[in-house]
Design a binder for this molecule. Structure first.
Ligand code: PLP
Length: 380
């Protein structure tokens, strides 16, 4: 069996589990407690915060630990928009993760916000000109993801953030899928807020972080004991924070070389799939894309059926984003890119972590060809 659904989730790395273990057992304390048991937990949390800050190139005080990418996105979108007195207008795209889209929708429904969705090209890119045209004097927040979870397109975030800043508008990016593949230096990206999630990079599900620049006002979503400097109440998930920091450090070591090797393997895989399954068309941008994602449409088939045929051949993939799993709807991302609904329903996404070799990927292509023929034969 080969697991090619890393964009949905990844296994916990052994080093990460070992780093967490003390904080689940001996150093189990509550970091707010004023005794030695609490203090050792507080030290672990502080070290984890410093580790995540080093990963993101920010101050430790600018890191807020959350329960994952969804919460980080919710806190960024609602927390920044509600705290900003400039107005009630949001700029984003239709290819964002649901955590951003539904947060924006809530601001519209409950708080009288309006939203402008910047058009997205067929290859998944947002044009800086279109983005600039959407910004208004009453825009309180712009949010554009760094890398898309379905098609893998990587956006020109630094350019977009600079345009927002020219107008004094805070800029958030969802970097959940970019983590582990791209450097996440918030200074170089020029963003004011950035979301990450542990389970995409070898930490457990249920932990993430939001970077928010010190000068950006933030309305908390969770009220209570005032943890995380009052920005996110709730007893801290110390072991989770340690896991996130450890996974971040492991994923940063040798990042460029690993990403380059994976990109070469990806390109060979894409060519092999297109040879094995004529008619297969890669979605997303041909070059500005994640090294570990290749998503195709296979016109004349059905993505779910291809997925099942692939699983019978030992290949685990996804028919879209697992975050929307259970829904029979065509991918909102592919529809936003302009794919007709019947073609969008033929999508299959392959995504992998750095541990998957070029040889393993290459060996999958014939199975893709067989699966597509099996389904197309049935359909025909
Ligand atoms: N943002 C993106 C781009 C994602 O791909 C995901 C999950 O797949 C999330 C946010 C949500 O993260 P989490 O599963 O940690 O809530």
């Amino acid at each position: 069996m080969i697991y090619l659904d890393a964009a949905a989730t990844s296994p916990v790395r052994r080093e990460v589990l070992e780093a967490m273990w003390p904080y689940l057992t001996g150093d189990f304390g509550n970091p707010s407690s004023h005794h030695t048991v609490g203090e050792s937990a507080a030290r672990g949390l502080a070290d984890a915060r410093a580790g995540v800050a080093a990963w993101l190139g920010c101050r430790a005080s600018e890191v807020i630990f959350t329960s994952g990418g969804t919460e980080a996105d919710n806190l960024a979108v609602k927390g920044i928009a509600l705290a900003n007195p400039r107005g009630r207008h949001i700029v984003t795209t239709r290819i964002e993760h649901e955590a951003v889209l539904e947060s924006v929708d809530q601001l519209v429904r409950l708080h009288g916000f309006t939203v402008t969705f910047v058009p997205v090209r067929r290859d998944g890119l947002v044009s800086p000109d279109d983005f600039a045209a959407a910004l208004r004097p009453d825009t309180t927040l712009a949010s554009v993801m760094l890398a898309n979870n379905e098609v893998g397109t990587v956006q020109p975030v630094a350019a977009l953030a600079a345009l927002a800043h020219e107008r004094g508008i805070p800029f958030h990016t969802d970097a959940v899928q970019a983590a582990g593949w791209l450097p996440l230096d918030v200074g170089a990206l020029g963003v004011d807020a950035l979301s990450v999630s542990g389970h995409k990079i070898g930490a457990p599900k249920g932990v993430g972080a939001l970077f928010v620049r010190a000068r950006i006002p933030l309305e908390p979503l969770l009220s209570g004991g005032g943890q995380e400097r009052g920005r996110r109440s709730g007893t801290e998930n110390v072991a989770g924070a340690v896991a996130l920091a450890t996974a971040a450090r492991l994923s940063s070591d040798g990042l460029t070389a690993r990403a380059d090797a994976a990109a070469a393997a990806r390109d060979a895989f894409v060519a092999a799939v297109q040879a094995a399954a004529p008619g297969a068309s890669l979605t997303g941008h041909p070059t500005s894309r994640l090294p570990g994602t290749a998503s195709f449409v296979f016109p004349g088939t059905n993505g779910e059926a291809v997925l099942l045929e692939l699983e019978r051949r030992g290949v685990i993939s996804s028919s879209g984003s697992a975050c929307a799993a259970g829904s029979e709807d065509a991918s909102h991302v592919l529809l936003a890119l302009g794919y007709p609904e019947d073609v969008a329903r033929t999508a299959v996404r392959f995504s992998w972590g750095p541990e998957v070799s070029a040889e393993q990927l290459a060996a999958v292509a014939p199975a893709v060809g067989e699966a597509v023929r099996a389904v197309a034969g049935l359909a025909g």
